[in-house]
Design a protein around this ligand. Structure first.
Ligand SMILES: Nc1ncnc2c1ncn2[C@@H]1O[C@H](COP(=O)(O)OP(=O)(O)OP(=O)(O)O)[C@@H](O)[C@H]1O
Length: 124
């Protein structure tokens, strides 16, 4: 019985991820970026610590985007009228995505810029 409960919750969570990817343009971009960054990390043999930073960054961005999506859905469910509290909830949730996205760019720059630019220079 407990196991069934666990699997139901697990499947609901997977469904939540699939729904977010299907419906949210930004989520599609995050998945695309992840599919690019992981092989790039392997190709450049980045250190374990750098990889930890990359993974944490990816999960922070995706998590923030999913929470933002959930908050947008709940706010839209609560009101279709203009509401100052609705505005605060949506703006703050969007702000969380922006914070994580900005730091992901900083981490990406610190980890990959020298390596990628070095390879590009070698090409010419
Ligand atoms: N009910 C509302 N009351 C007040 N302001 C709102 C309301 N709904 C949306 N807004 C404002 O409009 C902005 C955009 O809201 P919207 O729901 O279109 O989300 P979005 O950022 O465009 O996300 P997405 O593109 O993923 O749907 C919000 O950040 C908020 O400032």
């Amino acid at each position: 019985m407990k196991n069934k409960h666990f699997w139901d919750n697990f499947l609901n969570a997977i469904r939540g991820i699939v729904t977010a990817v299907k419906n949210e343009r930004h989520m599609k971009f995050h998945v695309f970026a992840t599919c690019l960054i992981i092989p790039l990390s392997i190709y450049y043999r980045i250190s374990k610590l750098e990889f930890i930073a990359v993974i944490l960054t990816i999960s922070a961005v995706i998590t923030a985007e999913m929470i933002n999506t959930a908050i947008e859905a709940v706010v839209d469910l609560a009101t279709s009228e203009y509401n100052e509290k609705a505005k605060i909830a949506k703006d703050v949730a969007a702000g969380a995505v922006l914070v994580s996205a900005v730091f992901s760019i900083v981490i990406g720059f610190l980890v990959f810029f020298d390596r990628v630019s070095g390879d590009i220079i070698k090409l010419f």
